[in-house]
Design a protein around this ligand. Structure first.
Ligand code: SF4
Length: 397
């Protein structure tokens, strides 16, 4: 999924301006787009729902994360936090644990913060207009337009990376990444979105915005667009010939981590390190202790795994001590910054693990391959939010 960007907050008085600037015939375009969307839209769990909170959660998850990964986590997250109140009353560690595997954990923190704000300052009710949604902490222009249109039927356009690409290609504009270019695209997107509000049977603006994003995600693909299947092929100025800017090149980095297990009675414990609260990336989350590369030079790893974070591919090797007398690896952990904890393996699901730690622990069968433990079936009835879940048993080393 492409990174989502700014949207265009739109008032009724802007409509005439947008019509003047429109480079496509909005009525013809919408008819072709929606006819295609009704037949070809993917069935996704956040489509056709009526709960704005769920739309909000899905839109935040979809930013910078693949649809497949979101599908895997969406229901689990909502079972754990079925309402804004349940989310507001949770601890940050619980929210991060449920988010583990989706990456970009700042999104989870901001979602949690906004849920608290709505609960404390707005009577627990999510605002219904893009302008009001924009006043909430952590809700940017894309998210407020997506929620306002999809959940409440407001006629505001969304402009994420997919929509931007579709419009640039349709209109034969170069990809410039400037404010002028973005303002132009916002006007074009605004000219195409229907103004009608939801009437309990249809949601023209929300469906249109989802159809635009779907077109970019499934047909007008970044590298090889499927132009012969495109519903607006005859309106497109480039038809697969659009020149796109080169993306940032991927970097490669080696990394090494320690897997240390021990038995305590019938329980197995794994050694984890809690990242410092003041680091920029994933503060406060738990990972397998990192090792300096020179400490593992002549050792054979028990696992090799590739893990991508933004533009960096980490080639990670995982090492385990050779028997109970091998203390060299433990000593290799930089002592000054290590915040180490022995954690029971059956409690790992309730701990905010980094995506890499989760991947390694699941590959090595230390942790089950399920996203979250879910005791209750999904229900529209809000679960009692005050019930405390058992905390991960963590023994500070
Ligand atoms: S014709 Fe091709 S390039 Fe043009 S909008 Fe459709 S998929 Fe994209």
């Amino acid at each position: 999924m492409q990174a989502r960007q700014r949207s265009y907050s739109h008032s009724e008085s802007d409509t005439a301006d947008d019509a003047i600037y429109a480079e496509l015939d909005p009525a013809v375009f919408r008819k072709r787009l929606m006819s295609w969307y009704r037949q070809h839209a993917r069935e996704l769990p956040w489509r056709g729902i009526t709960d704005p909170y769920r739309t909000w959660v899905s839109e935040v998850m979809l930013q910078q994360t693949r649809v497949a990964a979101v599908v895997e986590h969406y229901h689990a997250f909502l079972r754990r936090f079925p309402t804004i109140l349940a989310l507001a009353l949770a601890t940050e560690d619980d929210v991060l644990a449920a988010w583990s595997g989706l990456g970009y954990y700042r999104r989870a923190r901001m979602l949690h913060k906004a849920a608290k704000f709505i609960t404390e300052e707005r009577g627990g009710v999510l605002p219904s207009t893009a302008a009001e949604l924009r006043t909430l902490p952590g809700i940017g222009e894309y998210t407020c337009a997506a929620i306002a249109s999809i959940a409440f039927g407001e006629g505001v356009p969304v402009l994420d990376g997919n929509v931007e690409r579709v419009l640039l290609r349709l209109l034969g504009r170069p990809e410039e990444g400037t404010m002028i270019s973005r303002t132009f695209l916002q006007r074009q997107a605004a000219a195409l979105v229907p103004r009608r509000r939801v009437d309990h049977k249809s949601n023209a603006a929300g469906d249109h915005n989802q159809a635009m994003m779907e077109l970019g995600a499934t047909i007008c693909l970044p590298r090889a667009p499927l132009c012969l299947n495109c519903p607006v092929f005859s309106m497109c100025k480039t038809r697969g010939e659009h020149v796109t800017l080169l993306r940032a090149t991927q970097r490669s980095r080696p990394a090494a981590h320690l897997l240390s297990l021990r038995k305590r009675g019938t329980a197995t414990q794994v050694l984890l390190e809690r990242r410092a609260d003041d680091v920029a990336l994933m503060p406060g989350m738990y990972e397998l202790p990192p090792l300096p590369l020179d400490a593992v030079e002549n050792r054979e790893p028990m696992l090799r795994v590739r893990h991508s974070i933004t533009n960096t591919n980490y080639y990670v090797q995982v090492f385990a001590p050779r028997g109970s007398t091998d203390r060299a690896l433990r000593r290799a952990i930089p002592a000054a910054k290590a915040d180490l904890h022995w954690v029971r393996t059956n409690r790992l699901h309730s701990l905010p693990l980094t995506g890499l730690a989760r991947k390694i622990l699941q590959r090595l069968d230390v942790m089950e391959t399920r996203p979250v433990t879910l005791p209750e079936p999904l229900s529209d009835t809000p679960a009692a939010p005050t019930r405390k879940k058992p905390r991960a048993s963590a023994v500070k080393v």
